[in-house]
Every structure is written in C-alpha cells, then in structure tokens.
Design a protein around this ligand. Structure first.
Ligand SMILES: Cc1cc2nc3c(=O)[nH]c(=O)nc-3n(C[C@H](O)[C@H](O)[C@H](O)COP(=O)(O)OP(=O)(O)OC[C@H]3O[C@@H](n4cnc5c(N)ncnc54)[C@H](O)[C@@H]3O)c2cc1C
Length: 409
C-alpha cells in the first residue's frame, strides 16, 4: 500500500478566506516555508467571498495597497469621506468629515467577493507560498516540536507537519475546537439583511448608520451611486422580511431609515445572516494561533470584523518576519513569539469587541433614561471635537500600537 505523502512546512495557514489569504501574502518573502490550505476549489468562492459590502478602514486600505492587492480589484474601492450616525426619535446626531481629521478619506467600500478574487490573483504571484486547494484539514495532532495535520484533497489525502499552525478557518473554527480553546458566545437574536440599493440622490461618499427601534440600519456608498445596505431584524421578524417582494422590502427599508439619503429606487438580491458574537478565550496554544473570525466574530454593524482580522494577520506576519530576520535557525513556533502575538492583539481586540458589541446593544434599548443619555451622548459627541477624533481614529483602524506596515511613512 502506498504511504500517504508527508510534507513539512515552517508555517501552515488553514483557511484561505479574506484573512488567511492576506496573511499568506504578507508572509511572502519572509524566508519561512509557508503552506495555505483552503477547502473550497479555486473556481468556487469561499463562503466569505459573497456579495456583502465591506467597509475597509483607512488602515486596511493602506495595508492592502502595500501588499499590492488593491490593483487586482475589478472595481476600484469607493472612498468614504463622510460618516453620519443618528437615531430615529432621538435628537442627537454625529457627522464626521474626512477633511476635519485631516485625511482624504476614512476608508473605502469593496464587494467582499471582489476583494477575495483580488487576493487570489495576488496570491498567484507569490511563488514562495504553497497553495493546497481544494483540500480540507480533517484532524490535527500535537507532537513535541510540531503539529501534524491530516489533509483530504480531491483525489488523495496527505499529512502535513507544521512548526507553527495558524487557524484562519472562520467562525466555527474546527481547529480552535481541536486545540481545546473554549469560546464565549452571545446571541443577538437578530438577522442582518444585506442588499444593494439604488438611490435617486448621489451619495457623496457618505456612510450612514441609523439606529431604530427595530435595530440598526446602515448604508455604505458604492460605485455608480449605489449603496450597500444592511438592515437588522429581530429573529421573530425574519420570515416576514424574507417573504417581502423587492418593492415592499424597499418601502420597509425607506420607512426604517427615513429620508436623509433621499428616495431609494430599487433593491437588489437579498441575503440574511444570523448575528452571534463569538470570542475565543485565548488566542494561542503551543505552536498554534487563531486569527480573523476564528479568533473573534463580531456583530457587523460596526464594520470591524475583517479590519480587525487583517490586523491579526499583519501583526503575526510582522512578528514572524522579525523572528526570522538574520537567524535561519529561528523557530516560528517559539513560545515567546506566540506570547508577543497575544500581547500585541489584546488591547486592539478588546477595544474593537467593546465598540461593536456596544453599538449592537445600546441603541436597541428603549427605556427613557437610556434614550435620554443616548441622545445626550450623541449630541455631546456631535459637539466635542475630542470625542469625534476618537471615533474617527477607531473607524480608520489606526488606534493604538500599529504594525510597521500600517505606519504612515
Ligand atoms: C453581512 C456582513 C457584513 C460585514 N461587513 C463588514 C465590514 O463592513 N467591514 C469589516 O471589516 N468586516 C465586515 N464583516 C466581517 C467580515 O466579513 C469577516 O470578519 C471576514 O470575512 C472573516 O474572514 P476570515 O478569513 O477570518 O473567515 P472566513 O471568511 O469564514 O474564511 C474561513 C475560510 O476557512 C476555510 N476553512 C474552514 N475550515 C477549513 C478546513 N478544515 N480546511 C480548509 N479550509 C477550511 C473556509 O472555506 C473559508 O474560506 C461583515 C460580515 C457580514 C456577515
């Protein structure tokens, strides 16, 4: 009987979604031997590469430009130059303008599928990265100096030995479970409906967040005057909203959002996502680390999930490059490196989790003291330049210590 193939790599990344692909690109040229394993065939889009719109922070844009991913986008990213946050029925409102901060844009909007395709095209030019796809990791076993993974390809299986195993395998992360890392979860009892809207009025590169008694709705500016829209719906209302015709859905969205962005003319195909926050209790184990949604899955209303996951990837790539610099004997799975990774991610991770969870929860509460505080909070925020600067820094993904690739030169 033929022995299954055994391959050895310094670093093995499981999951070629948006975060795992970005990490592999960031590791190209680092000197480590790197293998990226993705279960979906290259011709089929992985689950994260769908029609959802992603608001990329200024930091993410900078990183994707320096990683030479942006030129591969089939539609250029649409800049966000204004952000407008308000709540139906409350008097406060916050408006952020890029020129007041002073930057040319806070970030930009891309279609997740197009970003996924751009990452794939960029990966093809990284000749030092081994891509195994379609191939699924079906088990992982710890050894003294490595982790051994069993991989099932289309035709045959193989064994891969990793000195460092990095899991970017998404919210359910089979590897997080296999490595015995527990998670805490919170069910928001909501679904998020996503669709593209055509508006009568030009969007002027403004992103809108509006909080309503049913939950938040948001609009992201897209090319050709369209918006990427999201509407949060309590779980008991999901079936009714899913059953609406496009025209009735449009009327429902218009009623919830109001008229600040003008009249909406058409709604495109609708998708719905259940909303759950999932947070891994730690980021590392021996020779193992979590990144992206495998490490934390956030409520998307704050538009932070990929931005945060990309920063996981950028920090890991930097720490690995530093480890390798000038030392060919270095160990990529060194416990010190993993500690530095967990420490580098702690503050940004907690701040971003608090921001996203706070947005998802605070604005749905109806009690009048909460409403009054909320209105007062939004009004004060609208007036205080310090508070607006703080909000803008978070939106731009440039808060706290930054990896070298995110430092403006
Ligand atoms: C509606 C919506 C809107 C959003 N909007 C924004 C936004 O505006 N801004 C923002 O920053 N974020 C946003 N997000 C979040 C963002 O989409 C996610 O954080 C991001 O896509 C996560 O990427 P990932 O690579 O970590 O995980 P995934 O995209 O889930 O990728 C995991 C990959 O691992 C592969 N995989 C899993 N198991 C295995 C295995 N055993 N072997 C091999 N491969 C495996 C899967 O096939 C998949 O390709 C939004 C999310 C939603 C749902």
């Amino acid at each position: 009987m033929q022995e299954p193939e055994l391959a050895r790599f310094d670093v093995v990344i499981v999951g070629g979604g948006l975060v795992g692909s970005s990490l592999a690109i960031a590791l190209s040229g680092s000197g480590w031997s790197v293998c990226l394993i993705e279960q979906q065939a290259p011709s089929l889009a992985p689950p994260g590469f769908d029609e959802r719109n992603l608001a990329l922070s200024r930091g993410s844009l900078l990183a994707l430009q320096r990683l030479q991913v942006l030129p591969h986008l089939s539609t250029p990213a649409e800049p966000i130059r204004r952000i407008d946050v308000s709540r139906a029925g409350d008097f406060g409102r916050v408006q952020l303008r890029a020129e007041e901060h002073p930057v040319d844009q806070f970030g930009a909007v891309v279609v997740a599928r197009e970003l996924g395709e751009a990452l794939r095209r960029r990966l093809q030019a990284c000749s030092d990265i081994t891509l195994r796809s379609p191939a699924q990791v079906i088990s992982a076993q710890r050894e003294t100096q490595s982790i051994r993974v069993q991989v099932q390809g289309q035709q045959q299986s193989c064994t891969i030995q990793a000195r460092l195993l990095l899991a970017a395998d998404g919210s359910d992360s089979p590897l997080r479970q296999a490595m015995g890392i527990a998670e805490t979860t919170h069910d928001y009892h909501q679904h998020l409906f996503v669709s593209v809207l055509q508006a009568a009025r030009a969007h002027q590169q403004c992103a809108w967040e509006r909080f309503t008694e049913h939950g938040p709705v948001a609009l992201l500016p897209m090319a050709q005057g369209r918006y990427g829209s999201v509407m949060t719906v309590p779980r008991n209302g999901v079936e009714a909203i899913a059953a609406l015709s496009d025209q009735d859905y449009l009327a429902c969205f218009q009623q919830r959002f109001g008229w600040r962005a003008g009249r909406f003319l058409r709604a495109g195909k609708r998708s719905a996502y259940p909303m759950r926050m999932r947070v891994a209790e730690r980021l590392t184990a021996a020779r193992f680390a979590l990144l992206g949604n495998a490490a934390q899955t956030l409520h998307p209303i704050g538009a932070q999930g990929f931005n945060l996951g990309l920063r996981d990837a950028l920090w890991m790539a930097q720490l690995l490059s530093d480890q390798r610099a000038g030392d060919v004997e270095a160990d990529p799975g060194d416990a010190g490196l993993l500690q530095r990774y967990a420490a580098a991610r702690a503050q940004d991770r907690q701040r971003t989790l608090d921001f996203s969870d706070g947005m998802a929860r605070l604005f749905v509460r109806q009690a009048w003291p909460v409403r009054l505080l909320r209105s007062a909070g939004l009004s004060l925020l609208g007036l205080s330049s310090e508070a607006k600067r703080h909000l803008a820094t978070q939106a731009m993904g440039l808060a706290g210590p930054l990896p070298a690739i995110l430092q403006e030169q």
